[in-house]
Structures are given as C-alpha cells and as structure tokens.
Design a protein around this ligand. Sequence first.
Ligand SMILES: CCCCCCCCCCCCC[C@@H](O)CC(=O)SCCNC(=O)CCNC(=O)[C@H](O)C(C)(C)COP(=O)(O)OP(=O)(O)OC[C@H]1O[C@@H](n2cnc3c(N)ncnc32)[C@H](O)[C@@H]1OP(=O)(O)O
Length: 359
Amino acid sequence: MQALTPHVYWAQRHGEIYLRVEISDAQNLNIGVEENILHFRGQGHGAKGENEYEFSLEFLKPVKPEVKHKSTQRQVNITVKKQEHVWWDRLTKQERKPLFLAPDFDRWLDESDAEMELREKEEKINKVSIESRVRKDPYLGLKKGFLFMYNLVQFLGYSWIFVNMTVRLFILGQDSFYDTFHTIADVMYFCQMLAIMEVINPAVGLVKTGVIPAFIQVMGRNFILFVIFGSLEDMQNKPVVFFVFYLWSTIEIFRYPFYMLACIDTEWKLLTWLRYTIWMPLYPLGVLAEAVAVIQSIPIFDETKLLNIPLPKAIGISLSFSYILQLYLVLMFLGLFINFRHLFKQRRRRFRTKKRKAN
Ligand SMILES: CCCCCCCCCCCCC[C@@H](O)CC(=O)SCCNC(=O)CCNC(=O)[C@H](O)C(C)(C)COP(=O)(O)OP(=O)(O)OC[C@H]1O[C@@H](n2cnc3c(N)ncnc32)[C@H](O)[C@@H]1OP(=O)(O)O
C-alpha cells in the first residue's frame, strides 16, 4: 500500500511548535525527529480514506529531539519543543510552504499575542506560587485575626477618646482643657499599655516593620503619660494634656482602621492617603506639645524632689530628675528625626508601589 500525505495544520508559541495531523483513529504511529527533520508515519482514516499516511518536515530552526504526541478519535496532535525561545518566521527550512501544510487557526497567534499569552501564563504561575507560599503559614489566619482584634480595640479606644474630647470641647469650650486628664486618662492608660504590642509585634515577626521606630513611639508616649502626667498631679490640670491627647488620638483614628483593613486585604484610598499624610503636621505638633509638657514639669520635679536619683552618701545630695528630663528633651528631638525619616520612607514606599502597580 502506497503511503499518502495527510493534511497537517501548524501553529507556534515562543517555545513550541504544534502540529495537528488530520487522521482519525490513528494506529501504529511512528513519529520522531532526526537531524531536525520530523518524520511521521501511521495508519488511520484521512482525507483519502483508510490508508497508510506519512510526511516529513525539516524545521526552520533547531528543535529538541523528543516529540510528544497524542492520538484522538479525530486527529493526531504533536508538540515539538524549540531549542531556543524565539519566534519563527515560518515552519520549514524550505521557503515554499509544502502543499499539505496550513496554519491551524484554532491555535494560531501572532507574535505579540503569543507574548501576551506567555506573560499572562507567567503572571498566573507567579500568583499561584505566591499564594502557595502564603498558604504555607498555617497560623496566618490566626495571626491576622489577632492583629485585626488588636487594631479594632485600639481604634475603639482612640475613637472614644477623640469623640469624648471633641464633644466636651464643643460643650465646655476652653474649660474642657483643664480636666482632660481626669476624664480621659483611664482609657488612655489602657490604650498605651496595650500599644506595647506594637513593639512586640514586629519583634516576633507578626508585622513587617522596624522595631526601633515603634519603640521610640511607644516609649516616648508612655514616658509622657505615666511619668510626666501620671506621677505629677500638678500637671494633670494643665491644658497641655488636652493638646497631647488630642494630637495622639487624631492620628490613631486613621492609623488603626488602615491596619484593620490591611488585615483583611482591603484598602480604602482616602484612608491610606490620610494614614500616610496627616502625620506630617501632627507629628511635629505632637512632639512640640510633649516638649511643652516636659518643660512645664521641670520646676515641679525640682520643687517636689520626686524621682530624684540618690547619689553616694559621701556626696550627700541627690540628682534632680529634671536633669533626666533635660536629657530626654534632647532625645525627643532625636526620636522625632528618626521617626520622621522612617515615616517619610514608609510613605514613599507605599505611594511608589501604588504608582508602579497602576502602570
Ligand atoms: C524612656 C526611653 C524613651 C526612649 C525614646 C526617647 C525618644 C522619644 C521621642 C518620642 C517622640 C514621639 C512623639 C509622638 O508621641 C508624638 C505623636 O504621636 S503625635 C501624633 C502623630 N503621630 C504620628 O503620626 C505617628 C504615628 N505612629 C506611627 O505611625 C507608628 O507608630 C510608627 C512606628 C512611627 C510607624 O509605623 P510603621 O513602621 O508600622 O509603618 P506602617 O504603618 O507603614 O506599617 C508597616 C507595615 O506593617 C503593617 N502593620 C504595622 N502595624 C500593624 C498592625 N498593628 N496591624 C496590621 N498590620 C500592621 C502595615 O500594614 C504595613 O504593611 P504593608 O507595608 O504591607 O502595608
């Protein structure tokens, strides 16, 4: 029986060649590549009925010798891998297209469409690998749940402080300045004690941010709250308490909901913008208010000798705590510089990433 030539359809991608041979119920297939020539031989039902079919194709560029093929009831599908990831101008070495060969329009893509397909495939693979890496952490849900609850509690605490102070300001006017501490201190104590988690969280790798900026922030505030306001009754009636608490709570009613949304992989653009922008006026104002509180407390510590540091008996005097406060004032502006730089970096990182994503 003389072998006939089947109809063959082809398409390509950057890395592969696809051939579709129009033979149904193919049997005794013998397909291989030798010296860059594909040889096909097999029996089946083709354009000229049941017969032996064969063809050869010399490829335009080098291909890998191993060939994959799959025979279905309707056709034989062949995949050949290219040696190099390049787009070919045509399939065969000979310039004139063999008569039995035609483009496979079911799979046909031009070069740019194939590139797009490749990119989409890569993106899908990247996404899957990121997802599977993320999924590898069996405690991720628990961690996110914990952070969400932590941020929710802080948000509620600071919202209560902010709303309470605002309402009192509207009702009592300037009179509200003088008893801020007695109305707010308990909730503020609670929130600021809890804020120690903000140092622990990055330290144990629960959130990916620096421990030092968080330490400066939490310790700086707690020093003002517990040492300056908490231990000196004379400081508690001063208007500066109002300004310190109001500035702290203003940033936090935006920062904590921003974190809450991050825990559930959600973002509100306006909230993100506020979280990464309003610290610019609030942070220096906050440090200024805290510095005023420290300066106002110096004569009180001197007078009451509270927290004086005892020196060896031979010297006979104790070191006034006000010296520590003067040192603290210097540290405060150092802390302001470190955190201001950190927040600028975070802001730039956040908005740069956003812009890149938008492109
Ligand atoms: C006695 C010893 C004393 C020693 C210190 C002496 C110096 C004292 C100086 C004190 C100066 C302090 C002054 C200050 O008290 C005044 C004020 O606060 S005034 C009010 C205005 N203040 C502010 O605006 C500052 C607010 N605070 C902060 O922004 C942070 O506390 C800070 C640590 C400064 C910066 O935050 P962070 O580094 O965490 O940046 P990000 O928000 O961008 O977060 C980074 C990524 O981590 C994720 N994250 C962080 N926390 C959480 C959380 N709780 N839950 C969930 N996720 C969290 C966040 O989503 C980011 O992830 P991604 O990048 O994927 O988005």
